[in-house]
Design a binder for this molecule. Sequence first.
Ligand SMILES: [Fe+2]
Ligand SMILES: [Fe+2]
Length: 271
Amino acid sequence: MAGWTLDDIAWQRFDASQVDPEIVKVVKAAALVEYGGAGYARYLCRVFADDAEFQTRMERWGREEMQHGEALARWAVLADPEFDFAAAFARFQGGYRLAEDVDGSRRGSRCGEMVARCIVETGTSSHYTALLEATREPVLREICRRIAADELRHYRLFYKNLGMCLAREKLGRWARLKIALTRVAESEDDELAYAYYAANAGDATYDRRRWSRAYMGRACAIYRPHHLEHGIAMILKAVGLTPNGWLGRTLARLSWRAMRWRAGRLARDAA
Ligand SMILES: [Fe+2]
Ligand SMILES: [Fe+2]
């Protein structure tokens, strides 16, 4: 397990006066996605069916992701005592389910799976670091600090395994880059939008465009340039390119501009 449990969190330090209702919505959605992490672990155990050691690591990883969900859900209930996590999770699972029961890898290779996981752990590591810096509520700050450290460790776990996979099966930089870009684009697929809907929609019906834009508008608002710089360096490293060179700096600048433009447009549309 992670080096911490829910009992290690100083819940008594919760300060309702520091709660931002917009951040509560993002935390609720994150709790649902994290709690569903065990499904990814089962899927990866099937992809690495002949690797008992990696399967053991994946089972532990899946439990850690679930614990992230439990910690975020408990905080969300402190912030909003009417939040029914079990009902929201049932709603989320009822409308969105990972295609776990597939033979072989959805990414075409074990290397491809590891690149995709590096991208996801980059995203979560950046997300919780940004959330930590965006909130003043002390308990949420502690939770984000612990989760961000776990996500960085998860990235290193998958990056290390990517190196071992590359020694056995070849996957060039361009192929890795293509998988990385595909996985980045998938961050706008149904999973996050549906989690945001399931956690926050009340009786409203699901409209993918509407809820995706609602989630992205809230999530984009918490990022700052250094979060993107760090995230892009991690992505370049996973792809096999120099993490901190001119390419990384240029991509970070362009990504930041694109994110600001997008956040501005979403805010104007929501007004
Ligand atoms: Fe997580
Ligand atoms: Fe993770």
